[in-house]
Design a protein around this ligand. Structure first.
Ligand SMILES: [Mn+2]
Length: 436
C-alpha cells in the first residue's frame, strides 16, 4: 500500500496563512479528448489533488478559514454514466471521505459561488489559465458585488495568484509527500538501471523507453511523470527530444531523462551512458566535467543558500570544463561574464519537484533569489551540448550531449540525494554495463 499524503494537514497549512477574509478557489479540469471519442487518461489538477485527494474529473474547491473551511463542487452520482466511466464518489462521497464541510453538484457552482464570496475581500485564483473558469469567476464576483450593495458585505477587491500562498505552502513537502517522492525516486532509479542493462548497439530508443515504462508500471507507478527523453548520439543535443524512434549505434552516448509518477508525485532523473558499455576517452573527459559540475551544484543546495547559488556553482565548473575541452578560450570569469558558456549550456540547473515535474513555487521574491529551506525538493541537472554543425568545436566533441540529473531534498544536515540508486560515476556505469 502506498503511503497517503495527509490532505487535511495540507489544508490546515494553507488556512493558517490565510486571513479570514481571503479564500482560495481552484479547479480540476474536465477530461480531454485525444481523438475521436477516446479520452486521455485523466490526471487531476495538482492543486485540487493536494488540497483534497480528490481524483474524479471536473471539480472545484473553495477554501476559506472559518467554521466550514472546505466546500467542494463535484460530479454527482449518475448510474448510467458510471457504467461507462466508472464509479464516482459523488456529492456524499466528498463529504464522507474527503473532508468537505459542504459539497454540491458541479453544476451548482454559478449559483453557490456568489454566496461563498460574501465577506471575501481577496480571492486566490489563477486567472488566465482557463477562459471558461475566468468567465464563471468574473460573473460570480459581479453578482456577489451587486448583492453586497444591499447587505454591506465586502466582496473580492483583490486577486492573488495561488503562487502567493497555496504554492508557497506546496513548496515545503510534508512527510506523507516525501514518502511518495522517495518511492518515485526509487522506482525511477530502478528503471534507469534496467534501461542501462538493456542498452546495446542496434537496440532502438523506443525499446529503451519500453523498458522504462515497464519498470514504472510493474512497480505500481501510474507511469511516467513526463514524456521520457531517450536520445542516442546527437539526439541528446535536442533538449526536449521525445521522438525516441532512432536506433542506438556503437560509439554513441545515450541520454535518458525519465521519471516515474507514484501517487501523482514524480521523480526526474537523467543519466548519460555509452551504448558500447565503455566511454571513449573524449566522452569520459567531457562526462567528468559535467559530473564535477553536478557535484559542486548539489553541494550548494544547503539551508540558507540562495536558489541561484546552485546554478552559479554548475556554470562555474562547466565553464572550466569548456575551456579544458577547447570549446571556449580564455579566462573562466570572463567567459561567465560574457555568457559565452550558454552556447554549450543553455538551460537552468534546477527546478522545484513534487506533484508536477516542474513543480509550483516561486524562485525569487521581488527580484531577489529566494533562500533554500529544509523540506524543499529540487533537481540538479547540469549538461553539456555541442551541436553537430558547430564548426568552432573540436570535431570529436560535435554531436555530444551529456546531462546528469538527480533529485535533492534540502535538509538541515545538508543535501540528500533521493535518486542515488542509479550509478553516475563513469567507473560505476561501466561496471554495471559490463555485467549485461
Ligand atoms: Mn528536470
Amino acid at each position: 500500500m502506498l503511503p497517503r499524503p495527509n490532505f487535511a494537514a495540507h489544508r490546515d497549512a494553507v488556512l493558517s496563512q490565510l486571513p479570514p477574509d481571503e479564500a482560495v478557489l481552484v479547479f480540476s479540469g474536465a477530461p480531454t479528448l485525444r481523438n475521436g471519442d477516446s479520452e486521455h487518461r485523466y490526471r487531476p489538477d495538482s492543486d485540487v489533488y493536494w488540497l483534497t485527494g480528490w481524483t474524479d474529473p471536473t471539480c472545484a474547491v473553495f477554501l476559506r478559514a472559518g467554521e466550514e473551511p472546505l466546500t467542494m463542487f463535484v460530479r454527482p452520482k449518475d448510474r448510467e454514466r458510471e457504467v461507462w466511466e466508472g464509479w464516482r464518489p459523488g456529492v456524499d462521497g466528498a463529504r464522507r471521505d474527503f473532508g468537505a464541510d459542504a459539497a454540491f453538484p458541479y453544476a451548482d457552482l454559478p449559483k453557490e459561488l456568489p454566496r461563498l464570496l460574501q465577506g471575501v475581500r481577496a480571492l486566490h485564483y489563477a486567472f488566465a489559465c482557463d477562459a471558461d473558469n475566468d468567465t464563471l469567476v468574473m460573473g460570480s464576483v459581479s453578482r456577489a458585488a451587486r448583492k453586497a450593495k444591499r447587505t454591506g458585505m465586502v466582496t473580492p477587491e483583490t486577486y492573488h495568484h495561488p503562487v502567493r500562498v497555496l504554492h508557497e505552502v506546496r513548496l515545503h513537502k510534508q512527510p506523507g509527500e516525501l514518502a511518495l517522492m522517495r518511492e518515485a525516486a526509487r522506482v525511477s532509479a530502478e528503471a534507469h538501471v534496467a534501461a542501462m542493462l538493456a542498452t546495446r548497439p542496434g537496440v532502438t530508443e523506443y525499446a529503451i523507453e519500453s523498458v522504462l515504462i515497464d519498470t514504472f508500471l510493474r512497480s505500481g507507478s501510474t507511469g511516467a511523470g513526463y514524456t521520457p527523453i531517450v536520445a542516442g548520439g546527437a539526439n541528446a543535443t535536442v533538449l526536449h527530444y521525445v521522438t525516441n524512434r532512432d536506433t542506438l549505434e556503437d560509439g554513441e552516448l545515450l541520454l535518458v531523462d525519465a521519471g516515474a509518477e507514484v501517487g501523482f508525485y514524480t521523480a526526474d532523473i537523467t543519466r548519460t551512458w555509452p551504448v558500447s558499455g565503455r566511454f571513449t576517452e573524449v566522452q569520459r573527459r567531457a562526462y567528468e566535467h559535467v559530473l564535477a559540475a553536478q557535484e559542486a551544484a548539489i553541494a550548494a543546495a544547503v539551508v540558507g543558500a540562495a536558489f541561484t547559488d546552485i546554478h552559479d556553482a554548475a556554470v562555474r565548473r562547466l565553464t572550466e570544463g569548456m575551456i579544458d575541452l577547447g570549446l571556449l578560450e580564455g579566462d573562466v570569469d570572463e567567459r561567465i561574464e560574457d555568457a559565452s558558456f550558454k552556447r554549450y549550456y543553455m538551460h537552468g540547473t534546477s527546478h522545484w519537484l513534487g506533484l508536477d515535474v516542474h513543480d509550483v513555487g516561486a524562485y525569487a521574491s521581488e527580484g531577489a533569489p529566494r533562500s533554500l529551506h529544509a523540506g524543499q525538493v529540487l533537481t540538479v541537472e547540469p549538461g553539456l551540448y555541442i551541436a553537430t554543425d558547430d564548426e568552432d568545436a573540436p570535431a570529436a566533441l560535435r554531436g555530444l550531449g551529456i546531462r546528469i540529473e538527480d533529485d535533492i531534498l534540502v535538509t538541515p544536515e545538508g543535501p540528500e540525494v533521493l535518486t542515488a540508486g542509479v550509478p553516475k560515476s563513469p567507473d560505476a556505469i561501466e561496471a554495471l554495463l559490463a555485467g549485461r
